[in-house]
Unconditional design. Structure first.
Length: 351
């Protein structure tokens, strides 16, 4: 009985001690858990095949901002991926050459190159592939042929020496392939290390307490089974709407068949790339058709349609706080537009 009395007396102290050590253990544990699921961003994403060189990045940056290569002279990458809007256009769905409406929402270009494929449906293999194909895509640059696109580039004298410097020892370096490699090289530098990266690297104070709780909730709820890796997404395809039709939750006016339209495989119906969540707080509206305006709403919908879970208001707030820790500063050579080499088409641009 004396024993029980001692426990009664010391109980609160023991508990306090236990809570403190548990909290500390949880922090180390949280980093270990997070490090097993995610990774921090590297310095750049150059590869042997697609190296990042200063000459290519410089040229790629100019090309990214140049509208003169498009069918109507109004479309550049930057039209739909704007510096002032964190590399997006903030529209539900983008507008391409000759005002044609794209069926899907433009994601940010930041950190895009970390993903296993590009675009919502994975119909582009790399940032290089994407850049080349957008030259003749009716919903992007809208050129009738690569030849007409290259003719527009060659009409601007300032580009020849820049292509020659970026692709030395090539006889005629102004090619669609090199356009893709230069812009791709630039894309591979547009990385935005965030507080979450600092946390992964050991800085406890990089994440607020609520963001750490949110990270725990994100993992415990099952979000990280799909959103994982260095991009916190961008590592796999999944059906959008595992527990119920996605469009009932998003109110999407048009039902997109997703990857099915790329592969014609019935197993790919309504399958999309799991979105990277880096900078997600800066890039509304959400989902492949921009059908949802706010991040808390997107988080609630995800829990509902992918996991069959109804999150409490508190859980949504925590998860959003964690997602905000994935916002990194905009890269310095993206915030401002470069001055382009002069040159104009004499008559209205021809297709
Ligand atoms: C007309 C607007 C428009 C133009 C011009 C445009 N994009 Fe996009 N971009 C989009 C849209 C819309 C998507 C999503 C397309 C899809 O999934 O079908 C996208 C997707 C991307 C992605 C993939 C991101 C991800 O998370 O998968 C990258 C990278 C990108 N664009 C880079 C570029 C570059 C580089 C250029 C210039 C060569 C360019 N874009 C031109 C609208 C545009
Ligand atoms: C079964 C896989 C899966 C799970 C689990 C999952 N997601 Fe997703 N998530 C996706 C897919 C696929 C998309 C792209 C959907 C589309 O086509 O728009 C996506 C998109 C998102 C988006 C929109 C990103 C953007 O840029 O528009 C957010 C935000 C998001 N998920 C957060 C979460 C959160 C938070 C959880 C946990 C509650 C979660 N996801 C669980 C697969 C998943």
């Amino acid at each position: 009985m004396g024993h029980a009395g001692r426990v009664l007396w010391s109980g609160p102290l023991v508990m306090l001690f236990a809570v403190v050590t548990l909290a500390e253990a949880a922090d180390t544990n949280l980093r270990a858990q997070a490090s097993a699921l995610f990774a921090s961003l590297p310095r750049d994403l150059g590869t042997a095949e697609n190296p990042v060189t200063p000459e290519r990045v410089h040229l790629g940056r100019l090309l990214f901002f140049d509208p003169r290569v498009s069918a109507d002279g109004a479309v550049s990458c930057a039209r739909c991926h704007q510096p002032a809007l964190y590399g997006t256009d903030a529209l539900p769905t983008s507008i391409g050459a000759e005002h044609r409406t794209h069926p899907r929402h433009a994601q940010t270009v930041f950190n895009a190159a970390v993903q296993f494929v590009q675009h919502w449906r994975g119909d582009r293999t790399s940032v290089e592939d994407l850049s080349v194909k957008s030259l003749i895509a009716p919903l992007a640059y809208g050129n009738p042929s690569f030849a007409s696109a290259m003719a527009k580039l060659k009409a601007i004298p300032g580009y020849a020496p820049l292509f020659a410097a970026a692709f030395p020892r090539e006889e005629d370096p102004i090619t669609p392939d090199n356009w893709g490699k230069a812009i791709g090289s630039y894309m591979r530098t547009l990385l935005t290390p965030a507080p979450f990266d600092a946390f992964l690297q050991g800085d406890d104070r990089a994440l607020t307490t609520v963001a750490q709780t949110g990270l725990r909730t994100f993992i415990r709820t099952g979000c990280a089974t799909c959103h994982n890796g260095v991009g916190v997404g961008g590592t796999m395809y999944q059906k959008f709407g595992l527990m119920e039709d996605y469009w009932r939750a998003t109110g999407s006016p048009i039902v997109d068949k997703g990857r099915f339209d790329v592969t014609q495989d019935p197993a790919d119906l309504h399958v999309f790339k799991v979105a990277s969540l880096r900078n997600v707080a800066m890039t509304p509206p959400y989902f492949h058709d921009g059908s949802v305006a706010t991040l808390p709403e997107a988080v609630r919908i995800m829990a509902r349609v992918q996991l069959g879970r109804t999150l409490t208001a508190g859980e949504v707030t925590e998860i959003v706080a964690f997602l905000e820790s994935l916002t990194g500063p905009s890269p310095a050579d993206f915030v401002t537009a470069p001055i382009l080499p002069p040159g104009a088409v004499a008559s209205p641009p021809t297709r």
